[in-house]
Ligand binder design. Structure first.
Ligand code: A2P
Length: 288
């Protein structure tokens, strides 16, 4: 489907719609800055708000959501709010409790999407499969109980997702680092083959791509910014980007990605970009 606005949705494997571009909140300071950024994002038309326990800003995300809803232009059902269970809470009971704390901090009755933030991996845990399976069982039960409309994983590689496919509910989403220079083609293709939607965190390469000469050239050609090129590229490759910014003008401009199209030559140039030294699930310690 051709996306024309931020609220247009892709369809998850359980039939739930997910907005085609979201707003990320990692590293936005807790309190007023986060609440203001979330409010500005919703005002700019973003409908997907992504947070995680470890960002330490869930309560402020909730404040921003309430401030936006208070204007009366939309209802809770128009928003798509994502939370993530942090590594320290892996396991069944701890994950259920973490979800309840997150829902309470956000001030929401239900979440739209709840993810396992990082997989337990073989390098750190001999029983990584069992740990992930226990955490997943908690998400499955939360889903069945109607506390969350969709469930998934984040930073999982196919080998981490595979065991979960044998359970009763398969993950609907994998949220991974995804941007020009970090295409993760094997993961994205595998997810697609298995009906798992991919979300991309740091679509601007943590801001590092904004000076990239290839992207700058493509941006100039279309009269757009490198950030808009990165976000448009995600849209055209079928991945849901989650750009983040604390700057109101950037929050707005990052959403202006529906009035141009990258052509085959642009896409080929981006696909040929070097991996800029980014890291993955097996090499980082963020999964510890
Ligand atoms: P700021 O919050 O000051 O706007 P990513 O989403 O890839 O992790 O990138 C986030 C970083 O990129 C943040 O530091 C953010 O800074 C910056 N950023 C976001 N949008 C833009 C933009 N349009 N132009 C320049 N920098 C941006």
């Amino acid at each position: 489907m051709n996306m024309t606005k931020l609220s247009d949705t892709r369809t998850l494997s359980n039939g739930c719609g997910i907005p085609c571009v979201g707003f990320g909140t990692f590293l936005i300071p807790n309190g007023a800055p986060t609440a203001a950024a979330v409010k500005a994002a919703v005002d700019a038309g973003y409908r997907l708000i992504d947070t995680g326990f470890i960002y330490e800003n869930e309560a402020a995300v909730g404040d921003g959501i309430r401030a936006a809803l208070a204007e009366g232009n939309m209802t809770r059902e128009d928003l798509f709010v994502t939370g993530k269970v942090w590594n320290t809470e892996r396991g069944y009971d701890t994950t259920i409790a973490a979800f309840e704390r997150t829902a309470a901090a956000l001030g929401l009755e239900y979440l739209d999407l709840y993810l396992i933030h990082w997989p337990a991996i073989a390098r750190h845990y001999e029983n990584w499969r069992e740990i992930n399976a226990d955490t997943w069982r908690a998400l499955t039960d939360l889903y069945r109980a109607g506390r969350v409309r969709a469930i998934g994983v984040s930073n999982f590689l196919p080998k981490h997702i595979e065991p979960l496919l044998e359970t009763e509910v398969a993950p609907m989403v994998d949220q991974i680092q995804y941007h020009p220079g970090m295409m993760q083609t094997p993961v994205v293709d595998w997810c697609r083959e298995h009906g798992i939607a991919v979300e991309g965190w740091s679509p601007l390469g943590m801001g590092r791509l904004l000076e990239d000469p290839v992207l700058a050239g493509i941006a100039e050609k279309h009269g757009k910014t490198p950030a808009q090129v990165c976000i448009r590229w995600c849209l055209q490759t079928g991945v849901v980007p989650l750009p983040k910014s604390q700057t109101p003008e950037r929050i707005v401009s990052n959403a202006q990605v529906f009035d141009f199209e990258l052509d085959a030559e642009d896409m080929a140039r981006i696909a040929a970009m070097d991996d800029g030294g980014f890291f993955d699930t097996d090499s980082t310690d963020w999964n510890k």
